[in-house]
Design a protein around this ligand. Structure first.
Ligand code: CUK
Ligand code: CUA
Length: 763
């Protein structure tokens, strides 16, 4: 490769405003390493994460967005952020909470009739088939307001929010069963299960309860079915994380707890705080639940209805043998079932140990009726020694455990030590430790919750980002650190600041398993997956007025909105339905009306409605908010809100430009020249094997779609020219040219793609 003269580059660089000593003037790898102070190790790490332009990442991660109430999607190993998905919180870019259908999704999360427009998301879960991630759906919980949301991974949109009918807060969800029959969530802070019932804290032991809910998932509908969902009443032990059995332990679920002391703190009453009272005992309880049998009991009518929801009461659960407890040390946090389902690993949090429970031993104890005691509610307690296979001391503050593709290998986060411990749970041996940045919470391996973890990478989700990034005020971003786990020793590769909320858990899936759609069937309401009542075909755009209700049935296509004028009277209730007629990939149009607080994102094929009361007289521009084409700025219109009873006083039409025959001829020449460009591009495309490139085939189809629209319009300018109406002749000819420009744009894009992707000449 010919090297540019260093001085010349420096000159360009300084002209561009960079310092002359900037790295841009370095032209060998050695120069860059030297100038940036990088080591060989840094270079290796960079090479392992760098994804050059045109290449894609191997895994896609779905991160909880913490208090942002959203989901953050990023790619691994590049750690590039791909998308934020609005879930419990309105998200304007996607129109989420600003168009009618998405408002309905958010309204599903109302509690006692009140809007709750934020959430504290903790644990995302990908739907599974036979214990493996299938890439179809994502579930995520809201700890603060006990809710669960369903995201469809065909379009990465939130489809449903359900409110837990018996809890006041939850934490141990979302976790899915091996075939996503149920999505599980566990309560956190105990409260009376009857929703609005008051009981004093003095009655904590008698009236306050925890529990777990199993939400029935209807995969065909892609929705949770509250009528087929149920809960299990549990003692007020502050249930925490959960996991579902798989393989050997299929049909069972596990939930730990951190305050089996049932402590009620409060300096107001002269009592030490919760932190002292909830950590006083050496052990808490792991709840072991036979959910399959519980579901059968509910189906057999053995549940009690609380708030119209089936709750299997503890008494029944004990009698029927579906609920057991095992002591676990000490105020534990994560409970994670091994990929084969044979072991359940509980991290001690306040204990240096992780405890490896054996499902086989647990079952043997249950079968033999071998219990060391009963808890105050009569739940049989299996002795720890009868359930634990081994305990391993890993370090201070073990929290969460994830699994490798290699058998018996686990990774546990150590919160206090700020380390990741790699260990062998079959042999009870620590293998490696890696210091991460401060105070790691969760960690996550690729497909780490499935029966077939993919290994390769681990992400450490650190709570504090002190001294890592350029400071941006007292509130720091979170720090997700990418770690290579393919070798014996873990290698830290990359620090990614995550600037939205405090994510808790993340799940990552092989990118090849995701099959997101490119477009909707024309007229689809994306939030219901059904045809939208406002869907409109090209040529059928209309404005319907009934009393004070005005309903617009409009369409969007590069680069105009139909209609371009909407006239209403002040006080009218206006609904604007818009269908995106585009079929081309990524041709999204946005829509807003000035000052009416509405916004829609309308992807190809989608229909969206925005609704508002035109309560202010005046002139309100509306426009497309996505830069969709060269004529995007012209994708505009006016909402005219007229005073009541207003009559036009001036009868003159809109101002004419007085175009002449010469103008018309000039436009026709422009049209002919552009057609020549199109023809040459078409000649190139058809001279190569473009049909082997689906992306190009789609672009070519779209290009001919655009060009096809010129036929009718050509007839219009010719008719006007026959009547010597040069004004209209010229303007319609201009419109022909607009379609040609879009055609040419697509053609050139297709040509570039073919050239860059090695298209071959065909005869
Ligand atoms: S929790 Cu946050 S570090 Cu909600 Cu899963 Cu453990
Ligand atoms: Cu459509 Cu901008």
């Amino acid at each position: 490769m010919k090297r540019l003269n260093k001085t010349a580059i420096s000159l360009v660089v300084s002209c561009m405003g960079f310092g002359a000593s900037a790295v841009w003037s370095a032209d060998t790898l050695q120069d860059v390493l030297k100038e940036r102070g990088l080591s060989q190790q840094d270079l290796l790490a960079a090479a392992k994460t760098y994804v050059p332009t045109g290449k894609r990442d191997e895994f896609v991660a779905f991160s909880s967005g913490g208090q942002s109430g959203q989901v953050i999607v990023y790619a691994i190993p590049s750690m590039r952020i791909l998308k934020y998905i609005g879930v419990f919180t309105p998200e304007p870019w996607q129109g989420y909470g600003f168009d009618e259908s998405s408002k309905k999704v958010l309204a599903g999360g109302k509690i006692d009739g009140k809007d709750i427009t934020w959430g504290d998301t903790h644990h995302p879960a990908i739907s599974e088939t036979n214990g493996e991630y299938d890439g179809q759906f994502l579930f995520i919980n809201d700890k603060a307001n006990p809710r669960l949301a369903v995201i469809d991974l065909r379009d990465f949109e939130t489809k449903q929010i359900v409110v837990n009918p018996v809890f006041k807060s939850e934490h141990g969800g979302a976790f899915v069963t091996s075939n996503t029959e149920y999505v599980m969530e566990a309560a956190q802070y105990a409260a009376p299960l009857e929703n609005k019932k008051f009981y004093p804290l003095e009655e904590f032991n008698e009236k306050y309860r925890g529990g777990v809910t199993y939400w029935k998932f209807d995969r065909k509908e892609g929705r949770l079915d509250p009528s087929k969902s149920f809960s299990l009443e549990l003692p007020p032990y502050s249930q925490d994380l959960s996991d579902l059995g798989k393989g050997a332990s299929e049909g069972w679920s596990f939930t730990n707890s951190f305050c089996s002391e049932r402590y009620v703190g409060g300096i107001e009453k002269g009592r030490p705080p919760y932190e002292a009272g909830c950590s006083a005992k050496d052990t808490d309880y792991l709840h072991v639940i036979n959910w399959k049998k519980a579901a059968e009991l509910v189906a057999a009518g053995k549940a009690k209805k609380i708030n119209g929801h089936d709750v299997l009461m503890m008494e029944t659960a004990i009698k029927e043998g579906v609920l057991f407890l095992i002591p676990e040390p000490k105020s534990p946090h994560g409970v994670d079932v091994t990929p084969d389902g044979k072991n359940i690993i509980v991290a001690g949090k306040l204990d240096t140990h992780v405890s490896v429970y054996s499902f086989e031993k647990i079952q043997a104890a249950i079968k033999a009726g071998k219990f060391e005691s009963k808890d105050p509610y009569g739940i049989p307690v299996i002795a720890m020694k009868d359930a634990v296979a081994t305990q391993v001391s890993l370090g201070l503050g073990p929290l969460h455990t994830q699994y490798d593709s290699k058998p018996c290998i686990a990774y546990t986060s150590l919160y206090v030590d700020s380390q990741v411990a790699k260990w062998n749970y079959c042999e009870g041996k620590v293998l490696d430790k890696l210091s991460v940045h401060y105070n790691i919470g969760h960690l996550m391996t690729m497909e780490g919750d499935s029966t077939k973890p993919a290994g390769k990478y681990l992400v450490a989700m650190n709570k504090l980002a002190i001294d890592r990034f350029v400071p941006v005020g007292p509130l720091h971003p979170q720090n997700h650190q990418l770690i290579d786990i393919s070798g014996d020793k873990m290698q830290l590769l990359y620090d990614m600041p995550l600037p939205l909320g405090e994510p808790h858990y993340v799940v990552a899936i092989d990118a090849k398993k995701l099959k997101p759609a490119v477009r909707y069937k024309v007229g689809t309401d994306s939030r219901t997956d059904k045809p939208h009542t406002g869907a409109t075909k090209a040529g059928e755009e209309r404005i319907v007025k009934k009393g004070n209700k005005v309903e617009v049935f409009g369409t969007l296509i590069r680069s105009h909105i139909t209609p371009e004028t909407i006239e209403v009277e002040v006080g009218d209730e206006v609904t604007i339905n818009l269908t995106n007629l585009e079929r081309a990939q990524d041709e999204t149009h946005g829509f807003t009306v000035s000052t009416y607080n509405v916004h829609a994102s309308i992807e190809p094929g989608k229909t969206v409605a925005v609704k508002f009361k035109a309560d202010k007289e005046g002139v309100y521009p509306y426009y497309c908010t996505e830069f969709c084409s060269a004529l995007h700025l012209e994708m505009q219109g006016y909402l005219l809100v007229k005073p009541k009873g207003w009559k036009p006083t001036k009868t003159a039409g809109l101002a004419a430009q007085n175009y002449t025959e010469a103008d018309y001829k000039a436009t026709l020449k422009k049209v002919a020249d552009t057609q020549a460009i199109i023809d040459s591009v078409v000649a190139y495309i058809t001279s190569v094997n473009y049909k082997d490139f689906p992306e190009v085939v789609a672009m070519v189809e779209d290009a001919f779609d655009q060009l096809g629209k010129t036929k009718d319009i050509k007839a219009k300018h010719e008719a006007a020219s026959a009547k010597k109406d040069w004004e209209n002749a010229n303007l319609w000819a201009e419109q022909v040219w607009q379609y040609q420009v879009k055609t040419a744009d697509l053609g050139l894009r297709a040509k570039t793609f073919l050239e860059q992707n090695g298209a071959k000449k065909v005869k």
